[in-house]
Design a protein around this ligand. Structure first.
Ligand code: ATP
Length: 363
């Protein structure tokens, strides 16, 4: 009997023992998903690359640990080295909707009504995703309150127009905190009221989608105007969307409006990836262990359950979040350890996970 060969530590033996380890979100074997690559053996040291479906994977440590435990059951293993990288899947294209070259996932951030913190959430989630290593763009399509540039510290930025390789005009996005940005604010005179008819808005949104040099992006976050209007319709009919996120506060009135928004996206064939409850509770700066439910509590969770969509996060009301927005340094950069920054990062990771699940479900 040849004991050495049957017990030999080989790449095949490593893949075999990793076969039952699943991606907990996709419920499929990591090996079958081609997420385990470049298995190498050097004496008792086993090394391989784990290719996740998003750099923002919320279960990264958990999956690495599962892999290490499985490989350590093989005789002769002294150490398991896992190099973690990511390849974000691209949403499949649709016959009647034209994707953007290089842009893998387009995500709308919407709210039923204004002032719920939609832009703050969109900006911070975009920056949080970039912090995990993802390539991120932000299209600020909120004509009524295009605050994206101010919140990203790009208040004085202008859209740069130049001639592309094919002689057509192309727009260069602005860039800060790891995020590429184009905003309606770049086109609007700050002192003039915005009176745009549907076709005009439609034209600008399409220009921002297709004429901007976005380059390679894992996620393009679109900050929508509040409500259910032309911008939502244009976006949903133009590009294949990974999905929409609805931002709400815990109050009943805000939640009723959110339900309408959610129904609208469903009617347009855009999956709702989740709800984010903002201003969930107030943390006083001088009493950090206290929480006050200024706008009520539990509303986001109740609505998410009722409508069968995940609640991606509950962001507290904190003064530094507002200050960060005013100063152009998002709280995930200025105070990453704060409760709201942590919750925004968690929500961004949950969102990325939902996008990956949707991309694989559509294959
Ligand atoms: N969790 C929070 N804690 C503290 N301040 C917040 C929070 N969320 C938002 N704000 C503040 O509330 C104000 C409104 O937020 P924001 O502009 O993000 O809302 P919005 O929903 O995008 O509004 P609109 O749709 O009307 O443009 C801003 O001054 C912002 O800094």
């Amino acid at each position: 009997m040849n004991l050495t060969s049957s017990n030999a530590l080989t790449p095949e033996a490593v893949l075999k023992v990793l076969q039952p380890v699943q991606d907990p979100e996709l419920n499929k074997s990591l090996v079958d998903l081609n997420m385990i690559r470049h298995v190498q053996i050097d004496g008792g040291i086993v090394s391989f690359t784990l290719v996740l479906t998003t750099p923002a994977c919320p279960l990264r440590e958990f999956i690495v640990e599962d892999c290490q435990k499985a490989v350590q059951t093989l005789p002769g293993v002294e150490e398991v080295k896992v190099e973690v990288t990511a390849e974000t899947p691209k949403q499949p294209s649709l016959p009647d909707r034209q994707g953007i070259d290089g842009v893998k996932n387009i995500i709308a951030v919407s709210s039923g009504k204004g002032g719920v913190g939609k832009t703050s959430v969109a900006v911070n989630m975009a920056v949080a995703l970039a912090q995990t290593g993802a390539k991120v763009g932000l299209l600020d399509a909120d004509i009524y309150g295009p605050n994206g540039p101010n919140m990203l510290g790009l208040g004085d930025a202008k859209v740069m127009v130049r001639e592309g390789a094919d002689g057509k005009e192309v727009l260069e996005p602005a860039f800060n905190h790891g995020v590429k940005l184009v905003s309606m604010a770049f086109l609007i005179d700050k002192d003039q009221p915005v009176i745009w008819r549907g076709p005009m808005l439609n034209g600008v949104i399409r220009q921002f989608l297709y004429q901007v040099q976005w380059g390679e992006l894992d996620y393009l976050i679109v900050d929508m105007p509040p409500g259910t209007g032309d911008a939502q319709l244009t976006l949903a009919q133009a590009v294949p969307m990974a999905g929409a996120v609805i931002v709400t506060t815990p109050q009943t009135v805000a939640l009723l409006d959110s339900r309408k928004g959610l129904k609208m996206f469903e009617q347009l064939g855009v999956p709702v990836l989740g709800i984010i409850e903002n201003m969930s509770y107030f943390i006083p700066p001088d009493l950090r262990d206290r929480q006050y439910d200024i706008f009520g509590s539990g509303g986001g969770e109740k609505t998410a359950n009722e409508l069968n969509v995940p609640l991606l996060g509950r962001i507290p009301l904190e003064i530094p979040l507002r200050e960060g927005g005013d100063e152009g340094i998002p709280i995930v950069v200025s105070q990453p350890e704060s409760a709201s920054a942590q919750e925004l990062l968690k929500a961004a990771k949950q969102l990325a996970a939902r996008v990956s699940v949707a991309a694989f479900a559509n294959r």
